[in-house]
Design a protein around this ligand. Structure first.
Ligand code: DGI
Ligand code: FE
Ligand code: FE
Length: 189
């Protein structure tokens, strides 16, 4: 744990380390609340933004080096590439073989259909950690304590609205994540 924090400080800097440690706290709280494996949640939360501060150029170089196969939306967007690239990097740096931890890191920005509880918690903790501030966040924070799926649906709606307003590309995994929840009846009163 201490070693990981030392490496993180070097790699992502103080400010993002603060965000990361808030995500760890938030994620551990959710894991206790929803009875998820705390060890996995902790490692995934700690490493979720490992590739965040790399330039697109450096990210592409590493993507080639690791022979990572990424879709063309992910590969042209620094906001999206840091998830899958980060997962690949921490696998190497810290010898992490647990696929659920790696998936939680890979999909923490977009979400995806049929997430495991560990993936859901990392996705949500990143969204609602105390440093985040945007309209409607209080409702999502409160919802996350009682129902992960409903909170994630709200988070996805909020992200999609934000991306629409900005005129940004919306990754299909974000849409798949939302469609999946709607199909299983989440959000119906
Ligand atoms: O890395 P963080 O800043 O802690 O948070 P994050 O990994 O959730 O990244 C958030 C950014 O990613 C935010 O600016 C919105 C953007 N984003 C999320 N989903 C999508 C997306 N951007 C695009 N273009 N498409 C998406 O589907
Ligand atoms: Fe991130
Ligand atoms: Fe983050």
């Amino acid at each position: 744990m201490d070693r990981i924090i030392e490496v993180l400080k070097e790699r992502i800097g103080e400010k993002r380390l603060d965000h990361t440690l808030s995500v760890v706290d938030e994620a551990l709280g959710l894991a206790k609340r929803h009875k998820a494996p705390e060890d996995k949640v902790k490692i995934a939360a700690l490493l979720h933004d490992f590739a965040k501060n790399l330039s697109l150029e450096e990210s592409l170089r590493l993507t080639r080096e690791y022979k990572l196969e990424l879709d063309d939306v992910t590969i042209t967007n620094t906001e999206l590439i840091h998830g899958p690239l980060g997962a690949r990097m921490v696998k190497e740096y810290f010898n992490i073989g647990d696929q659920e931890i790696l998936n939680a890191i890979t999909y923490h920005t977009t979400g995806r259909a049929n997430m495991t509880t560990v993936e859901k918690i990392v996705f949500l903790a990143d969204f609602i950690e105390p440093g985040r501030e945007f309209e409607g966040i209080q409702i999502i924070r409160a919802k996350a304590l009682v129902n992960l799926d409903e909170a994630i649906l709200m988070a996805l709606d909020s992200t999609i609205e934000y991306l629409l307003k900005k005129g940004s590309i919306i990754h299909v995994n974000t849409v798949h994540a939302r469609n999946f929840l709607l199909r299983i009846g989440v959000g119906e009163s």
